[in-house]
Design a protein around this ligand. Structure first.
Ligand SMILES: Nc1ncnc2c1ncn2[C@@H]1O[C@H](COP(=O)(O)OP(=O)(O)O)[C@@H](O)[C@H]1O
Ligand SMILES: [Mg+2]
Length: 280
C-alpha cells in the first residue's frame, strides 16, 4: 500500500515536471549508482569464479591423490599375495596345519584388500569421467539390471516390480551403475527372506512436493540410528559374515547422485526392509 501511494505521488510529480527535466537532474547520480552496481556485480562474479576454480582444482588434486595412492598400493599387495602363494606351493609340505592356516589367512586378507582398493579406484574413476545428460528410460534400465541380477543368482526367487515409463534426466552409464548398486543391495539384503519383493517406483516427496524415485525391499533392513553412515566409503551396518561386501556401493551411488545435482536418503527398519529415495 505504502509503495503504491509513493509510486502514485512520484508519477504525479513526473507529470508535473516533465520526464525530461527529471532525467536531466537525476542523471549523474543515477549513472554513478548504476556504475557502482555494475562494478559490484562484476566483482562478485569474479569472486565466485575464483572460488569455483579453487574448489575444482582442490577436488582434482584430491581425486588424483586418491587414484595414485590406490594404484600404488596394488603393487606391494600383489607381491604379498604372489609370494605367500609361492611359499604355500613350494614349502607347504614343511609347514604344519597351523602354519598353513596362517598363510591362507595372509592370502585371504591381501585379496580382500585388493577388492577394497579396486572399489576405491572405481569410485575415483567415477568422478573423473565425462558425463552426458539426456532423458533416459529409467524403468527400462531397471528392468535390464534386474534381469542381470536374476541371471547371476539363479537360485533366488525374487519378485521385482518396476513401475513402467519412469523417466530421468541423466547419464545412462552412471544411472545404470546407480541401479546396479541399489538393486544389487536389495537382492543381497533379501537373501535370507522367504518371499523377497523388490520395488522400483516413483512417488511425491511430502517435504519438497517433488517427484522422487525409490528402490524398496523387504529384506534385512537397518537401524535408522546409523542411517547417516550408510553413504560413507567402507561404512557397513552389517558384518561380512552376515552379508558379504566392501561398503563402496552406496558411496558410489552418493557420488552419482551428487554429480546429477540430486539428493538421496534412506529409510529402514531392522528385519522389515529398506527404501532408498533419490532425486536426480
Ligand atoms: N537394501 C539394504 N537393506 C539393508 N541394508 C542396506 C541395504 N543397502 C545398503 N545397506 C547397508 O548399507 C551398507 C553399505 O552399503 P554398500 O555401500 O552398498 O556396501 P556393501 O553392499 O558392500 O555392504 C551395507 O553394508 C548395509 O549395512
Ligand atoms: Mg552394495
Amino acid at each position: 500500500m505504502h509503495y503504491d501511494a509513493a509510486a502514485e505521488e512520484l508519477r504525479g510529480k513526473l507529470i508535473g515536471l516533465g520526464e525530461k527535466s527529471i532525467r536531466k537532474s537525476y542523471y549523474p547520480e543515477l549513472q554513478r549508482r548504476m556504475d557502482e552496481l555494475e562494478r559490484l556485480n562484476a566483482e562478485l562474479e569474479q569472486r565466485v569464479a575464483d572460488r569455483t576454480a579453487q574448489l575444482a582444482a582442490a577436488n582434482k588434486e584430491l581425486e588424483a591423490f586418491c587414484y595414485s595412492v590406490s594404484h600404488d598400493l596394488r603393487a606391494p599387495l600383489r607381491s604379498i599375495d604372489g609370494f605367500s602363494l609361492a611359499v604355500l606351493e613350494d614349502y607347504g609340505q614343511l609347514l604344519d596345519e597351523e602354519g598353513l592356516g596362517y598363510l591362507n589367512r595372509v592370502r585371504l586378507a591381501s585379496q580382500r584388500m585388493a577388492e577394497l582398493i579396486d572399489g576405491l579406484l572405481n569410485l575415483s574413476r567415477l568422478t573423473r569421467g565425462d558425463m552426458i545428460k539426456q532423458e533416459v528410460d529409467f524403468s527400462a534400465i531397471a528392468g535390464i539390471v534386474a534381469e542381470e541380477l536374476k541371471h547371476r543368482f539363479p537360485d533366488r526367487t525374487v519378485m521385482v516390480i518396476i513401475k513402467p515409463d519412469m523417466k530421468a534426466y541423466g547419464d545412462v552409464g552412471l544411472l545404470r551403475t546407480l541401479l546396479e548398486n541399489l538393486l544389487g543391495n536389495a537382492f543381497k539384503f533379501t537373501a535370507k527372506c522367504a518371499n523377497a519383493v523388490i520395488e522400483v517406483g516413483s512417488t511425491l516427496d511430502r517435504e519438497s512436493g517433488q517427484s522422487v524415485l525409490y528402490v524398496r525391499d523387504n529384506g534385512a533392513g537397518f537401524d535408522m540410528t546409523y542411517a547417516d553412515k550408510l553413504f560413507g566409503a567402507f561404512q557397513r551396518l552389517h558384518t561380512v559374515h552376515e552379508f558379504p561386501g566392501n561398503g563402496i556401493g552406496l558411496a558410489t551411488v552418493q557420488r552419482i547422485i551428487n554429480r546429477h545435482g540430486g539428493k538421496i536418503w534412506a529409510d529402514g527398519t531392522v528385519n522389515q526392509g529398506a527404501t532408498f529415495f533419490f532425486s536426480i
